[in-house]
Write a new protein. Structure first.
Length: 114
């Protein structure tokens, strides 16, 4: 899968479990992911979107993890074959990103949650 409409807004809260939210920067630019499916030399691009993801930060590895996040198929941006042939209407994503660094500081140090 390939990301689109970057960057996303990110929020980390000082609460139990170190909750993290990634969200769209505007309604016209939702978080987007493109999956390319190839079968018998036919390539189909399916675009999935979500307004936000909810996950948790971890100091172990300086990562942010998201589990079982729901994405909806964007029919306007996807190949018609996504729904007609493949019968795809949604997707579920689990991902871990890291290490998370503060690129605004010299040498981009890793981010720790306390």
């Amino acid at each position: 899968m390939r990301h689109s409409n970057l960057p996303y807004d990110a929020t980390i809260k000082a609460a139990k479990g170190d909750p993290v939210t990634l969200s769209e920067t505007s309604k016209s630019k939702p978080m987007g992911f493109t999956a390319t499916i190839t079968e018998d030399s036919v390539e189909v691009s399916c675009v999935f979107t979500a307004a936000s993801f909810s996950g948790h930060a971890s100091n172990e590895g300086n990562v942010v993890g998201f589990s079982k996040q729901e994405l909806a198929l964007d029919n306007d941006l996807s190949s018609p074959l996504c729904t007609s042939a493949a019968h795809i209407t949604s997707a579920t994503v689990t991902a871990t990103y890291g290490p998370i660094v503060d690129s605004s500081l010299k040498h981009s140090p890793k981010v720790f949650i306390s």
